[in-house]
Design a protein around this ligand. Structure first.
Ligand code: SF4
Ligand code: SF4
Length: 301
């Protein structure tokens, strides 16, 4: 189990001491089933899942996002978190194997394995950045003693390795989440409220629940969304995920990513004028639309 703040401490250490690898950085590595360590790295490991990881994995398994989160994930919580995170839950046996490991064959969801499984033995560190600033993220080599692949003679350039592992697609779809997670405004000054964290959790990771939220509440009566967009988010998970990020940015920082319907804007304006200083019941993340996500584990003690 991940200790409270262990991830933040690890991140701080990497940002401080980790040797950084650019796109042309080189390293030696080859992973194959003849190595004595084959499958070793798929045990007792902390794998953070991105929203796109969850989307790909639940789709590959043919189950709703809520069921995926309940069956395969740990949702740690502490008061210092800037945004919700999700970890893959290892099996509860002596070996603590990944639930998707099939011995001796290997990963049973290989085509849809998470981002961090793809980049290994490279890790990605992403310091906070200012809005519009250059992305300061970088890759670094993870040196695990048990990994014999690092002693193989095959040399890779970082960009070549990432390409070989299908990472560019994950980076393209993951950039919305990276932008959000690295945004220095998130958690600056004051933490998100529990209600905001719950809403963020739903939009980021529980896409099928978010779809019900969009289509089964007054959401679309509040926002002006083009008909073809509505049809896209009804059926396409990737489009729904992108739409969710637009709503988050609108709700958290009032960015003009979504358009409030004129009649709703007029009601909000009238309410604000009638009660100066009061917070209008706008379509923000703090709206009491939902309950705490199922399966959440409070590790804050
Ligand atoms: S430990 Fe390294 S070489 Fe061995 S299976 Fe895992 S990634 Fe491959
Ligand atoms: S998802 Fe696949 S590659 Fe990643 S830890 Fe699990 S079995 Fe290994």
């Amino acid at each position: 189990m991940l200790e409270d703040n262990a991830f933040e401490k690890f991140k701080e250490q990497i940002l401080r001491d980790g040797p950084r690898l650019g796109a042309d950085g080189r390293f030696h590595f080859l992973c194959h089933r003849n190595l004595t360590c084959f499958n070793h790295c798929c045990h007792d490991v902390n794998i953070f899942l991105t929203p796109y990881d969850v989307l790909r994995m639940k789709r590959a398994l043919g189950i709703p996002s809520g069921e995926f989160l309940d069956r395969y994930c740990i949702i740690p919580f502490s008061k210092t978190m800037r945004y919700p995170v999700v970890l893959l839950r290892m099996r509860e046996d002596a070996q603590l194997a990944c639930p998707f490991l099939e011995e001796p064959a290997g990963c049973s969801i290989y085509e849809n394995r998470p981002w961090s499984c793809r980049t290994y033995p490279l890790g990605r560190a992403a310091p906070p950045r200012t809005s519009g600033g250059e992305d300061p993220a970088f890759y670094f080599l993870i040196r695990e003693d048990f990994c014999c692949g690092l002693g193989e003679s095959r040399e890779w350039r970082v960009a070549e390795w990432l390409d070989d592992q299908g990472v560019p697609e994950y980076e393209a779809q993951g950039r919305f989440f990276q932008d959000l997670a690295q945004d220095e405004r998130l958690g600056a000054g004051k933490s998100l409220t529990p209600e905001q964290m719950d809403m963020l959790f739903m939009v980021l990771y529980d896409l099928d629940k978010f779809r019900r939220f969009v289509f089964e509440t007054r959401f679309l009566r509040k926002f002006q969304v083009a008909e073809d967009r509505i049809e896209a988010i009804r059926t396409d998970d990737v489009e729904l995920m992108k739409f969710g990020f637009e709503w988050i940015r609108f709700a958290l920082w009032q960015e003009p990513t979504l358009e409030v319907r004129k009649e709703v804007a007029a009601v909000i304006k009238a309410a604000m004028e009638a009660r100066p200083g009061a917070q209008a019941a706008g379509p923000g993340l703090s709206s009491p639309f939902d309950k705490k996500p199922a399966g959440k584990q409070d590790e804050s003690g």
